[in-house]
Design a protein around this ligand. Structure first.
Ligand code: BG6
Length: 498
């Protein structure tokens, strides 16, 4: 916080929000981290909290970790230390680590709600009057309701917000039931359903790109756009998550959450303001206009060897890969296919959104000039940490005659002076939840619409087709997208920064 920042601290009720623009400060927070020794906590949440604590972006925080494992404060700090050393994108100085370690305490879940309440109250006393509570539920879906009961039994609902991890239900009835049950304890304004893809700098850049410029929005529709691809192949496999993955699969793990959320940013109408209600309204309209996902438009795949993984049933039908054709039934997008693909153990790990523009009539170019030979013009967003945008087009090859090559204009955040200021997605979203800012979070209504559109696929999923690890999925993906072609693998790599 700069020396000139106002010193008045405001303590908002969970529904209210302090104004970031007016330089107000957010109240100190006790973060109760459920699943504190799990994979997500290790890879993202503990390193993210440590960075926020050190960066002075966050208010004063204290962290109460809890999970099924038996730890004490010292062994939890050692666990956190290892996580931060291994996974933090911003290394801490020894003094920063010491300061963060001092904020960490641990309560095993077996100690019960009273012990948890005591630890939270002690942390609050250290932070001073008016501290708020952020409960982060980094737990599997089946454990979420038990945690909510614990919070109620512990009397920790007041002055709190709760961050929930996906998947939010596994179909429409379970999502409706989950929302209903959570609403028995927490008001919707207290609930932050996290979709970390929307916390990625590059995903938010889609909104900036579309709505801060006059250049692209006039052509952002079915008259000029031929099709869209949202392609998120991963090289990683199950890691240690087979129990979760077996019960979830690629559609519920990735599509209903991340890919459809990104699709909404690409397809939504301009919101009336850059604020949560307006953005949610437009996203929800996209979800309502999503055509029901038909089994015939879906390729489900399973990598060869999946059955041999620990914790996987020998006859498992869980898909580790999915590709599908989606459509939106509205004026802007009628007839424009959206091709989505994601899977584990694929050839490359990438996160690409690719907008293919309609091709020019090209009648003036002689045969053999090369026009159209390398596909349509594309606008491509790469959602990687060093987020990139590229616009490809045909241009003249230097020299005699009129030969054409596919050229591109490219931008990468990492070529700018502000590259070091990029926040990791979870850091950004934890901070937003502390500010009470729902802009990048998902609503109950949005989630329920998506499950509703998923009914035909969930009722009658096509059988999984095998694919070899290290490939781009089963062969059927080519028929699915014909007469178009998948952008990946790229024919030309991204330009490397000098
Ligand atoms: C998670 C999924 O939500 O997102 C994982 O559960 C997936 O299966 C991960 O690997 C991908 O996120 P990122 O940010 O690494 O692309």
């Amino acid at each position: 916080m700069s020396a000139s920042a106002p010193q008045t601290i405001s303590y908002p009720a969970p529904g209210a929000r302090p104004s970031r623009d007016a330089g107000e400060r957010v109240a100190p927070h006790v973060v109760t981290l459920f699943g504190a020794t799990g994979d997500l906590a290790r890879r993202k949440l503990l390193p993210g909290l440590a960075h926020l604590d050190a960066s002075s972006l966050a208010p004063d925080i204290r962290v109460v970790g809890t999970s099924l494992e038996d730890h004490d404060d010292a062994s939890f700090r050692a666990f956190a230390r290892q996580a931060v050393d291994e996974f933090s994108s911003h290394p801490l100085t020894p003094a920063q680590w010491d300061a963060f370690a001092e904020t960490l305490v641990y309560v095993p879940q077996s100690a019960g709600p009273e012990a948890l309440a005591t630890a939270v109250h002690e942390a609050e006393a250290l932070l001073g009057d008016g501290a708020l509570r952020l409960h982060y539920l980094s737990v599997p879906p089946r454990a979420a309701l038990a945690v909510i009961d614990t919070l109620r039994a512990a009397g920790l609902v007041d002055r709190s917000r709760v961050v929930m991890e996906k998947p939010f239900g596994t179909d429409l009835p379970s999502a409706v039931a989950l929302n209903h049950q959570v609403h028995q304890t927490f008001g919707e304004e207290q609930i932050f359903r996290i979709d970390h893809f929307l916390g990625k700098e590059a995903a938010q850049n889609i909104l900036a790109f579309r709505f801060a410029n006059g250049l692209f929005e006039p052509i952002w529709n079915r008259n000029f756009i031929d099709h869209v691809q949202i392609d998120i192949p991963e090289t990683l496999g199950l890691d240690r998550r087979s129990a979760f993955y077996e019960a979830t699969g690629a559609y519920k793990d990735m599509v209903v959450t991340h890919l459809f959320q990104v699709l909404a940013f690409v397809a939504m109408e301009p919101p009336t303001a850059l604020e949560p209600r307006a953005i949610s309204e437009e996203k929800n309209k996209v979800f309502r206009s999503l055509l029901p996902v038909q089994p015939g438009d879906v390729v489900r795949g399973q990598y060869v060897g999946y059955h041999d993984e620990d914790g996987v049933a020998r006859d498992s039908d869980t898909e580790t890969f999915i590709a599908l054709k989606a459509g939106l039934d509205n004026w802007r997008w009628a007839g424009v296919p959206f091709y989505l693909r994601t899977g584990k153990r694929m050839a490359e790990g990438l996160r690409i959104i690719s907008i293919a523009f309609k091709e020019a009539p090209r009648s003036m170019f002689p045969a053999g000039s090369g026009v159209g030979a390398a596909g349509p013009d594309h606008l491509t967003f790469d959602l990687a940490e060093d987020s990139k945008v590229s616009l490809s087009f045909y241009g003249k090859r230097p020299g005699p005659g009129m030969k054409l090559d596919k050229l591109s204009m490219q931008f990468s955040t990492h070529e700018t002076e502000r590259a070091g200021e990029v926040l990791e997605a979870y850091e950004r979203l934890i901070l937003d939840a502390m500010w009470g800012d729902h802009t990048l979070f998902t609503t109950a209504e949005g989630i329920e619409s998506l499950w509703e559109r998923s009914i035909p696929l969930l009722d009658d999923p096509p059988p999984v087709k095998p694919y070899a690890p290290g490939t781009w999925g089963p062969n059927a993906i080519h028929q699915l997208i014909a007469p178009h072609a998948w952008r990946l693998p790229f024919e030309r790599g991204w330009r490397q920064s000098r």
